[in-house]
Design a protein around this ligand. Sequence first.
Ligand code: 0WD
Length: 258
Amino acid sequence: HLSLEDKTFVVMGVANKRSIAWGIAQALDAAGARIIFTYALERNEKSVLELAETLNRKDYLILQCDVESDEQIQTCFQTIKNEVGTIDGIAHCIAFARKEELRGDYTNVTREGFLLAHNISSYSLSAVAKAVKDLELMPNGGSIVTLTYLGGERVMENYNIMGVAKASLEASVRYLAYDLGKLNIRVNSISAGPIRTLSAKGVGDFNSILKVMEERAPLHRGVDTREVGDTALFLFSDLSRAITGENIHVDAGYHIMG
Ligand code: 0WD
């Protein structure tokens, strides 16, 4: 049993109980960690609060952080500095692309859609890492974990622009790992198998992606958010102290199949 009782983690991207971020929060809570939640839109605050109330630890914080805004990122992390002082890790579970660009031909992508997907799904990780560095939020070292998908490594039908943004995110993980390694801050990604969430609804023909996974993955099943959460817990703990710049697949082995 892992204990992270004296540690504090920022979990970005809980939209509802199906969110992968919520699976990570549950794993952190089971390990006794303190959690700071961030949400993008005003209307999500209530559902985050309702979920947070079910945690064992009641000293959680809930802050707004729309990652499209440098000002909100700055304000959010400055508030964390003022209220908590230092943190030990961040779970970045944020992505967005236009629904129209997550189906059909990749060449249908627009300049605006391309930039939007990269802005929210990739640049946001670098922006958050920069805030951590500038505000010296992890003076004792730490661990940053982001979420990616196999579509960043190879072509997955309909994933389109999000696959290109995930490739950018995965490269950012490596450059950030090198940069922040000097501060003993590790940066890794988890490549999760397909999970039915709000965001997943935006991806064309998601049901058949799930079905193929269950048929072809070595473990012949899908994965759930708690399984992703447990791997995040490992990456947040000392057990993974020599791992950085890595991408761990939590996908029942699907990625090894030809
Ligand atoms: O099959 C899946 N569901 C997979 C998801 C497989 C592999 C990876 N992933 C990734 C996603 O690409 C994403 O990076 O996991 C991450 C989390 O996605 P999710 O859990 O599938 O989706 P969802 O529950 O819809 O959460 C996405 C979050 C939402 O959180 P909040 O609390 O902020 O509503 O991303 C948020 C979205 O609102 N988001 C933003 N957060 C901050 N600023 C922004 C933004 N501008 N735009 C979207």
